[in-house]
Design a protein around this ligand. Structure first.
Ligand code: DHB
Length: 349
């Protein structure tokens, strides 16, 4: 089979890239190892930055988003049993985030360009010869136990809770579906977390005076490690890596999918430029242009993670520093604005 762009992976990055190329009149074939059902059912990120939402709308993908997407203008930081609202929109000239649930044979392909959009464990990055990429990584001494529950969220805005027993997060997917997370040790087994234990731990860590957490049937649970990873450059010849195939950010702040969309927007533009003019300038600049954003987001996601999680080896010093940071963000508009700017997402450049 002959096409212009071969895309490996039908996740958010691969499908968005295929769509953007289609709008430029460029043909692509998307290869996916898993079944359509697997791809559609997989639990994915649910927090979209303003820029991601604008891109979906501008490229004709805004219909379901308009019907089902929930606009959020703030988040809450919760510690010592009290909530502190970060007014995202007020602090960023009206930008916001959107909650938008994403899950609803051998082929030989010959193509001009390959886009590796097949995630951290995919084959694309592995196909690059040894020594051609430099990778940077950091493992955090904690993981997230994530659950999807059939219960109306007990909050209108996301709650990021700092607690001596570890971090907890109350998020949502829709008015009927809650998404909740607990910090756990990376080696833990999900079988050690029966539903009752999960709800009890969530109630403890999310506690605030005068607030209660409603529980309900847990539909799915899983444990994900938190890690940082970046492969440089995000290119080898005419293979371009995008999204998790090139980089992983720790989950805190929900940046992974948004970063993947930012990559493929740059890549689609570069590929279109090359077909239009014959110049490889934009393609050659792809990696450097993406990596600037990637490292900005690495810094934000790792500092959010470090501020909110309990470190297993903490003798008390780090905890005091974390609390000082949380109090500073609750008190200083400048500190809150810095968090808000990064949280709603920097403009796609
Ligand atoms: C979600 C995930 C995150 O990592 C986060 O910071 C906020 C929300 C979520 O899955 O809803």
């Amino acid at each position: 089979m002959r096409t212009q762009v071969g895309i490996v992976g039908a996740g958010p990055a691969g499908l968005m890239l295929s769509h953007l190329l289609h709008l430029e009149g460029i043909e692509s074939v998307v290869l996916e190892a898993r079944s359509r059902e697997y791809v559609e059912q997989r639990v994915r990120a649910g927090v979209l930055e303003q820029g991601t939402v604008d891109l979906l709308r501008d490229t004709g993908l805004g219909d379901r988003l308009r019907r089902e997407g929930l606009v959020h203008h703030g988040i809450e930081l919760r510690f010592d049993g009290r909530g502190h609202r970060i007014a995202l929109s007020d602090l960023t000239g009206g930008r916001s985030i959107f909650i938008y649930g994403q899950q609803e044979g051998d082929v030989d392909v010959t193509c001009d360009v390959i886009a590796g959009c097949d995630g951290f464990h995919g084959v694309s990055r592995e196909a690059v010869p040894e020594g051609s990429l430099r990778s940077f990584q950091h493992e955090y001494p904690f993981a997230w136990l994530g659950v999807l529950a059939a219960v109306a969220p007990s909050t209108d805005e996301l709650i990021y809770a700092y607690h001596d027993r570890g971090f907890a997060l109350h998020s949502l997917r829709s008015p009927q579906i809650s998404r909740l997370y607990l910090q756990v040790d990376p080696g833990e087994d999900v079988d050690d977390w029966p539903d009752d234990r999960i709800w009890e731990e969530l109630r403890t860590r999310l506690h605030a005076d005068g607030w209660t957490l409603a529980d309900g049937p847990i539909l799915e649970k899983g444990i994900t490690p938190l890690r940082s990873f970046v492969a440089e450059p995000m290119q080898y010849g005419r293979l371009f890596l995008a999204g998790d195939a090139a980089h992983i950010v720790p989950a805190t702040g929900a940046k992974g999918l948004n970063l993947a969309v930012a990559d493929v927007r740059v890549l689609a533009e570069a590929i279109a430029g090359w077909y239009r003019t014959g110049s490889t300038d934009l393609l050659d600049g792809y990696s450097a242009r993406c990596l600037r954003r990637v490292w900005r987001v690495q810094e934000f996601s790792s500092s959010m993670s470090s501020m909110l999680h309990r470190f297993p080896d903490d003798d008390g010093f780090r905890g005091r520093v974390q609390r000082a940071q949380l109090e500073w963000i609750s008190r200083s508009e400048a500190a809150a604005r810095s968090l808000a700017e990064n949280y709603v997402g920097l403009p796609l450049t």
